[in-house]
Design a binder for this molecule. Sequence first.
Ligand code: 4AZ
Length: 509
Amino acid sequence: MSAAHCFSSVSTSRWRVSLGRQNLEGSNPNEESSTVAEIVLHPAYDSVTSNNDIALLRLSSPVQFTDYIRPVCLAAGDSVFNSGTDSWVTGWGAVQEGEPLPFPETLQEVEVPVLGNRQCNCLNGVGTITDNMICAGLLAGGKDSCQGDSGGPMVNQQGSVWVQSGIVSFGYGCARPNLPGVYARVSNYQSWINSHIKSDKPGFVQFSSSGLDADNSYTCPGLPPPPVTAPGSIESAKSSVCGKASMNSHAAGDRGLVPGGIWPWMVSLYKNGVYTCGGTLISKNFVLTSAQCFSTSNPDEREWRVLLGPRLVNGTEEFVMTRGVKRIKLSGFMSSNIALLKLTKRASTGHFIQPVCMDISKARSFPVGTRCWVAGRDMGSRSGETHKADSGLRGIETQVASCGTGSDPDNICTYAMNLQKGDQGGPLFCKSDSSWFQVAVVSTSGNKSVRSDLQVFAKASRFSSFLKETVDDMPSPAAAATGNAAGFSISLLLCLAVPIISLFLVSGC
Ligand code: 4AZ
């Protein structure tokens, strides 16, 4: 993939593509090169405005992937790049205006933030920046792409995956203050790119920015006024929503691979570096777990670390973020009691990290048949192998069952399951009105098994006053109509590990 403006015709004979190269001069031990079978310019490329500055080159023969030659992922159509999103641009272009890259012309990289389209339009002159463009640069100047970088990539890291958001296209000079570089917006071309690639299609990944985009409220004389967002609307409440597993509902499909995509409220608790318990994020500042995870009624916060944002990377569990613990509060020091951990710094939420909802006002019912999950960690069956488990993740889908006669309203029953040590502190969470609610905390030794076909859990709502007085930033579920959990049919924790691995191998990006 390159920029259309690099090609004055679609004649292929004069072109060669070099891969795996670091320097433009001298030896490049990892270099491969290929002739070009076809050059496809975007049919709506406009050389005057630079709109649709994108081209595809079909190589004459497939390249062998190596440690030095690998495909990048491409930003899928529904990607969002908020103003400020950290980006990297690479190329062999000029190091400043009029100053070519010196011998031996080693590949250069520069880190620049995305600059929103409204602001970029305003700075460059309203009308110059179309929706098919994305800008990046510093208002102060000093960092930019430059002549010779054209056609090269702007990429953004999401977890361990690099996603190409832009193709170097144009700009007024290089690195000048208030004149960001302009790039073709790759996410707008998913269907055009796919229409030209019949087999071995690229891996499209939805890139997501968390929070609101400050560019939406950027005002500028020539621009239409920013859209009004009513207070309390879904948009403005986005940061405090709970219980939406957005990555789970479309973890794979025609948009390609979305990395990770497991329950975003799951956390792992480590004591002195050893996995000790599962837990859940219930607000930006608080994690809920079982009181049984603590061996004394007065635990030492400094011994604990919280890993947030579970993701599967090549079938192995990884976490996006870690936090220390400022405060541990136990509701009591008994089997079914719960514990709240206040994080040293609030968690930044997004697709990978999001609190689960809690029904502290006891307003919800979870009738017989409601879909629920228990999620925890697979610690292996043999002792002494506690953190060697392959994926680390374990999920069991279950349903609310009747507790039978004389049932206690403070308990909830599900069909029996084989709870293990690694499930301790993790959640039983159930779906209500398209949001996921944590109904109970798993405490592996505290469950009273009255019947062998049932699992009895003490409802977390019995601790509602403890939760209310401790957690001062409890999020609220999004309105039911905005739910994206429809079509939720994949038993992801257990089943998707395999397709994720194979998709990685197939698309390789
Ligand atoms: C060029 O001429 C060029 N500062 C590429 C990028 C930028 C300017 C010029 C952006 O290839």
